[in-house]
Design a protein. Structure first.
Lengths: 345, 107
């Protein structure tokens, strides 16, 4: 383990530290706190950093919601960003965001994101749940040609999930025999590979990745006396599964509607083979079921080219699979559909 | 060796890398050559449709305009560049934007 860490540190040092013999002649350069598009978040990435509001939406009823409305009006708000820290690239890129043909780059980001769902069926329109994520992210990119790129991303961080207070109080009153609060809170490691390509006037990409708990094999939630996990049903059993694989595909067609520069259309989808949390299994050795969960987003946008100025984009979203919100990840077959606005970068 | 007008390559570099105030000559030449690799073929395809004469100055202007486009694809960027070029050129000089300069004099 120590040898592996040492060799990884040596590789990072080789990429990041200047080599005096070449520094005078090469075009290699550093950047600090500047945006780059080495491995942008998947638009349909359910827990990737985005800024968007699914303002007019309907979702299936979740446990402990008081009224029986099903489906019911909700808001699903994302607020997140990948903050660029520093990086090193083999040459100045022509568009200032992706590397050119045959060039490479590496950089460090700090991703921070919040995801909140609010219910409009119960009294006081309670916030049902909020998920928080933050960590550190290393990205590398290589220009396969002037119009195609491969990149990798390693991200490590912490996710914390919280039920809303009004939701919890009402749920405890209404479901005294079954209400439970499970502290879904875990450290994660996410590894992904991305291929991007320009085809005529469209920009397509595909990615594969997996997310695992850290330490490997750890539980997604904690049950010790300090964890605030409480259940009226019975003992909460630690999770067994610890790895979720995923894939993402995305295409952006530029200038499809209107006069030049016209509106583009994009479609993005995430497939994630999610674990269905099961808090009351016979034992920790029993693996949870899984369900393929699909998130599809399609929208309109003006071109922004990966630059620092964002534009607003109306979009449609369809999600079906394991409920992605905090402790409600024990609900399979959850559906969410809606219309919203998001910022595009 | 520059493939576009050096002054316009400098302007384009300045626009995309505003925090690089002391670029090496090798960096600028590399940047200029990458502009050429990215836009020249598409420029050759599209410019004639807009009646744009492809001398060094006009090609350099088109590369500069294309690189200023917020689009992600060279095809759309060059189309934006040609559209803009076509809109702002003087009516009586249909193939150029102004005084052409075919040399690459140093600043």
């Amino acid at each position: 383990m120590v040898a592996r860490v040492t060799s990884t540190a040596a590789l990072l040092a080789m990429l990041l530290l200047p080599r005096p013999a070449q520094a005078q002649e090469s075009t290699v350069q550093w950047w600090l706190f500047e945006g780059r598009s080495y491995h942008d978040p998947l638009i349909a990435g359910v827990r990737e950093p985005h800024i968007g509001a699914l303002g007019l939406a309907w979702a299936d009823r979740m446990d402990f919601q008081v009224s029986d409305d099903d489906p019911r009006r909700v808001w699903d708000i994302d607020l997140g960003y990948e903050i660029p820290i520093l990086g090193r690239e083999s040459a100045s890129s022509t568009d200032g965001s992706r590397v050119d043909d045959g060039e490479w780059a590496v950089g460090l980001w700090i991703p921070i994101d919040f995801h909140m769902i609010e219910d409009f069926a119960d009294a006081s329109n309670p916030i049902v749940n909020t998920d928080y994520r933050f960590g550190a992210m290393l990205k590398v990119q290589f220009g396969v040609s002037g119009s195609s790129w491969v990149s990798g991303r390693v991200s490590a961080g912490h996710e914390s999930t919280h039920l809303g207070d009004e939701f919890s109080l009402a749920g405890q009153d209404a479901f005294t025999d079954t209400f439970e609060r499970v502290n879904v809170s875990w450290e994660f490691l996410d590894v992904a590979l991305l291929y991007e390509r320009v085809i005529e006037a469209s920009f397509v990409s595909g990615r594969l990745g997996l997310t695992t708990t850290v330490p490997f094999g750890d539980s997604y939630y904690s049950v010790d006396s300090m964890s605030a996990t409480q259940s009226a049903v019975g003992p909460v059993i630690l999770s067994h599964n610890s790895v979720d694989p995923y894939a993402g595909f995305q295409v952006e067609w530029e200038e499809v509607l209107g006069d030049s520069p016209g509106w583009g259309i994009y479609a993005s989808t995430e497939f994630r083979y999610r674990s269905v949390y099961d808090y009351h299994r016979a034992s920790e050795d029993v693996a949870e079921d899984r369900q393929l969960s699909v998130n599809l987003i399609a929208g309109l946008k003006k071109p922004t080219g990966g630059g620092p100025i964002a534009t607003a984009s109306p979009y449609l979203r369809f999600y079906h699979g394991v409920n992605p919100h905090g402790q409600f990840r024990n609900q399979r077959g959850f559906t969410l559909v809606g219309l919203g606005l998001r910022l595009t970068l | 060796m520059y493939k576009y007008d050096r002054n316009l390559a400098l302007a384009s570099y300045r626009a995309k890398h505003p925090n690089q105030l002391d670029p090496k000559e090798a960096t600028l030449v590399d940047f200029d050559n990458d502009l050429f690799d990215l836009y020249e073929a598409e420029m050759q395809k599209q410019a004639s449709d807009w009646g744009i004469k492809l001398d060094l100055f006009n090609r350099s202007m088109l590369a500069f305009f294309a690189n200023a486009s917020p689009s992600k694809t060279p095809k759309t960027r060059v189309r934006h560049a040609c559209d803009y070029f076509d809109s702002v050129r003087p009516q009586r000089q249909p193939s150029t934007l102004g005084v052409a300069s075919d040399d690459n004099e140093e600043l």
